[in-house]
Design a protein around this ligand. Structure first.
Ligand code: ATP
Ligand code: MG
Length: 500
């Protein structure tokens, strides 16, 4: 049998026509260069921003740069396992993390993989780590308090559910301690907590987790940790992963508290990535979109209207300053994104005024609408009294001849400062804070030497719980002082001072 050439070519043409690519070439690329946790890949024409890529040896990457001929990806695993010329595949998915109640009590990394020895994380659902924040119409204003259990915060800088309140201060000023106390205080209050550790020492995260377990708080907490030893990309995605975990609960109508500890380190990891990806550096060498990075993260914390689920995410981002300089780039950015800040100062911390909250610089722009009335009644004047005290104090250093009214302001201020001191891991219930502040506001402690104030208040509270529980119950019930209750509280406090 003879086959002529025209028949062959017809056959081949027929075959080619019917050929369907199993593999779209757009979905596979080649690694051109790799190093410092960054891979530049050729091909991948259709890659999306933020898309997950698969490299050999089960290393994943995330697309961050889309250039004309290549894409720049950050690696979420060790870059040593990847070589020039390796193939890289698209997954057509953005990065997702496991979400849901299975995460409670767990310590996970930025991808939701377990870091504790408690086996695999059980989950039914995953969520993309990035999402557009809920719009204006789906939100509701802040009106329910989120109590931290700290007098210095709840009385003067109250936080509401759905608020974003920055904790800012130099290193070792008790920033983490405030956030941790806020988490501990959510015990039994039906608020889930997400603690995101970014660029911290593994040992500090471990001791924090240990403390939470010891206090029996881990059953409503999930810790997302991306420690200092992890690559910049992992640190970069950690807060987004934490936020996605929180969002799942918010959409189910639950209240969530998320702590981002801390965003200065997050900014540094993003700067590292951006510089390695050869993006143009801006102020302090941070990339131009650093503000957008943090605002799109923190905008996701909000309170939803009931028709959209009704849950909330309260965010406590933490920022570390250098020598108290709140006008540096990252601090000013985050101050302007958040609804207020708790400013901690080294001098206070060193002199034993802990929590080291600077009442003058700290503010909460929306939280006062969430404060209960009784707290407002006892706390409204504290800020101004302390400002007076501070002013008089600087004057009094010049001369010893003080008139009676100045002496009074100084004595009262000193008592107030003592009242705001509080031990760590010891959050107070609302009624206790209110009663202590009531006693101080009404001058019952002005005669007491400052060093004895803490002890006296503790004695007062134990006296009230043992002999005047009815007054406490009434306060818990009414949550506001009317004339009758005011008299009752006054009488019971006077009772204490007489019997003392
Ligand atoms: P870093 O900058 O290292 O993250 P930080 O600002 O988060 O530090 P913490 O780790 O919270 O500071 O606190 C520093 C130390 O002070 C800790 O040992 C902590 O136990 C202690 N501390 C914090 N708050 C109080 C407090 N109210 N009373 C007593 N000790 C406290
Ligand atoms: Mg800390």
């Amino acid at each position: 049998m003879k086959i002529n050439s025209s028949e062959i070519s017809a056959l081949i043409k027929e075959q080619i026509k019917g050929y369907e690519a199993d593999l779209e070439t757009d979905d596979v690329g080649t690694v051109i260069s790799v190093g410092d946790g960054i891979a530049i890949c050729y091909g991948l024409q259709k890659a999306m921003l933020g898309e997950l890529l698969v490299f050999p040896n089960d290393v994943y990457g995330m697309v961050l740069n889309l250039d004309t001929d290549d894409v720049g990806a950050v690696l979420l695993g060790p870059d040593k396992k990847i070589q020039e010329g390796d193939t890289v595949k698209r997954t057509k998915k953005v990065i997702e993390v496991p979400v849901g109640d299975g995460l409670l009590g767990r310590v996970v990394n930025a991808l939701g993989e377990p870091l504790d020895e408690r086996g695999p994380v059980s989950y039914k659902k995953t969520r993309p780590i990035e999402r557009i924040a809920p719009g204006v119409m789906t939100r509701k204003s802040v009106s329910v308090p989120l109590e931290t259990g700290l007098k210095a915060v709840d009385a003067i800088i109250p936080i509401g559910r759905g608020q974003r309140e920055l904790i800012i201060g130099d290193r070792q000023t008790g920033k983490t301690a405030i956030a941790l106390d806020a988490i501990i205080n959510q015990k039994g209050k039906d608020v889930k907590c997400v603690y995101v550790a970014i660029g911290q020492k593994n040992s500090s995260v471990a001791s924090l987790v240990e403390k939470l377990r010891e206090l029996d708080c881990m059953d409503y907490v999930v810790v997302v940790s991306s420690s200092a030893s992890e690559s910049a990309p992992n640190q970069y995605i950690a807060p987004f992963a934490g936020m996605a975990i929180a969002e799942e609960w918010m959409e189910q109508g639950q209240d969530v508290l998320i702590v981002l500890d801390d965003l200065s380190k997050h900014a540094v990891s993003y700067r590292t990535l951006s510089l390695l990806l050869k993006r143009a550096p801006g102020r302090e060498a941070y990339p131009g979109d650093i503000f957008y990075l943090h605002s799109r993260l923190l905008e996701r914390a909000c309170r939803l209207a009931p028709e959209f689920g009704g849950g909330s995410i309260t965010a406590l981002p933490i920022v570390e300053t250098q020598a108290g300089d709140i006008s540096a780039y990252i601090p000013t950015n985050i101050i302007s994104i958040t609804d207020g800040q708790i400013f901690l100062i080294t001098d206070y911390f060193a002199s034993g005024q802990r929590p080291a909250v600077d009442v003058g610089f700290s503010v909460s722009r929306v939280g006062s609408s969430a404060q209960v009335k009784a707290m407002k009644q006892v706390a409204s004047s504290i800020k101004i009294e302390l400002a007076n005290y501070r002013e008089m104090l600087s004057f009094s250093q010049f001369g010893s001849d003080l008139d009676a009214s100045t002496k009074k302001v100084l004595a009262h201020g000193a008592v107030l400062m003592e009242t705001l001191k509080q031990k760590q891991y010891n959050p107070y219930p609302q009624w206790r804070q209110i009663l202590e502040l009531f006693a101080v506001k009404n001058g019952y402690l002005d005669e007491i030497p400052p060093a004895k104030v803490g002890e006296t208040l503790a004695n007062l509270i134990s006296f009230l719980t043992s002999t005047h529980q009815d007054v406490i119950d009434e306060l818990n019930d009414k949550k506001a002082f009317d004339d009758a209750l005011t008299i009752k509280v006054r009488n019971s406090i006077e009772d204490f001072f007489q019997k003392r």
